[in-house]
Ligand binder design. Structure first.
Ligand code: COA
Ligand code: NAP
Length: 270
């Protein structure tokens, strides 16, 4: 339905889960796709899938840690050489673990802030001169940005920052033709992020009951939204933080995330 032939897409954190699903959707829509993350093995596996999704455009990969600004600059410069200007940047690298604030080390808090928030800033800033005008940035946020969740102080703080970064940069960068929006996935089946917060099937089923649409999300639900937001059909949507969650943000998310957090607290984290 969406046509991205001739477009260059970079997905940072695009080697597994939701972000890989987004990268693959762009490849199937005809785009040339580049992915980046830390693990070369995950990059190689993702490139194989992306090559199958779009045999007409060789996918590219780069290994770097978004916390290391020098590595981000070098990795993105290398991808830019092969790709040309970046039409769509998806920034979705993230880390998470359940831990109580009182028992979390400063370095534990910092590691998630550095991946999710500082990492996003470093990626966006490195890409800024390389983005097409008009160009699109999509940040992948999380419900913890607006629903406080026990055992998630680090993620709540970091993702709230990610969304304010989206809104602020929409004011700074869109006069040049760069639209920037956040996608906020709800609970997405078959992903690392959901498994870390709801490790048992019974818990996932309880979460599904708290979603007004009565189901947890699929990776394709998020990928479809990314295609839409990056397309010209969304050319007047800018600076928005968009939940894609079956209506979970209307109330169920608060109940379910409190319950999951309290359960994890009883089990003590780790
Ligand atoms: N509970 C409490 N603290 C924890 C923890 C846990 N479950 N896991 C890690 N930490 C702390 C460590 O103890 C360390 O702090 P310290 O030096 O004071 O001991 C700090 O976090 C960094 O840990 P480390 O293992 O060195 O980090 P890393 O850089 O190798 O990995 C993580 C980063 C911890 C976020 C790791 O989970 C990761 O790589 N995640 C990516 C995948 C992911 O989370 N996917 C879901 C996305 S939503
Ligand atoms: P995932 O599979 O673990 O994806 C995380 C990606 O980021 C991987 O490609 C990982 O690859 C990369 N990454 C992690 N740390 C990195 C670092 N320091 N530097 C560079 N890359 C790094 O998790 P997911 O559950 O699909 O989550 C994807 C995004 O969706 C995240 O932003 C998350 O917050 C958001 N989200 C998820 C859910 C959900 O239900 N899963 C809900 C709401 C929001 P490497 O390990 O190779 O680095």
């Amino acid at each position: 339905m969406f046509d991205f032939h001739g477009k260059n897409i970079l997905v940072v954190g695009g080697t597994s889960g939701i972000n890989l699903g987004i990268a693959r959707a762009f490849a199937r829509a005809g785009a040339r796709v580049a992915v980046a993350s830390r693990s070369q093995d995950k990059i190689d596996a993702a490139l194989k899938l992306l090559g199958e999704d779009n045999p007409n455009a060789t996918p590219l990969g780069a290994s770097f840690d978004v916390r290391d600004n020098e590595a981000v600059l070098a990795g993105i410069a290398g991808l830019h050489q092969g790709l040309g200007s970046i039409d769509v940047l998806v920034s979705g690298a993230a880390g998470n673990f359940p831990a109580p604030a009182a028992g979390m080390s400063a370095n534990g808090f910092k590691s998630v802030m550095d991946i999710d928030l500082l990492g996003s800033f470093q990626v966006l800033k490195a890409c800024y001169p390389l983005l097409s005008r008009p160009g699109v940035v999509l940040q992948i946020s999380a419900p913890q940005a607006y629903v406080p969740m026990p055992m998630q102080a680090h993620v709540c703080a970091a993702k709230a920052g990610v969304d304010m970064l989206t809104r602020t940069l929409a004011m700074e960068w869109s006069p040049e033709g760069i639209r920037i929006n956040s996608i906020v996935p709800g609970p997405i089946e078959g992903t690392e992020g959901f498994d870390r917060l709801a490790p048992a099937d019974a818990l996932k089923a309880r979460v599904a009951q708290s979603v007004p649409l009565g189901r947890n999300g699929q990776v394709s639900d998020i990928a479809n939204c990314a295609l839409f937001l990056a397309s010209d059909f969304a050319s007047y949507i800018n600076g928005v933080v968009l939940p894609v969650d079956g209506g979970w943000s209307l109330g169920g998310a608060s109940m379910a995330m409190t319950e999951l957090g309290q359960l994890m607290a009883k089990q003590g984290g780790r």
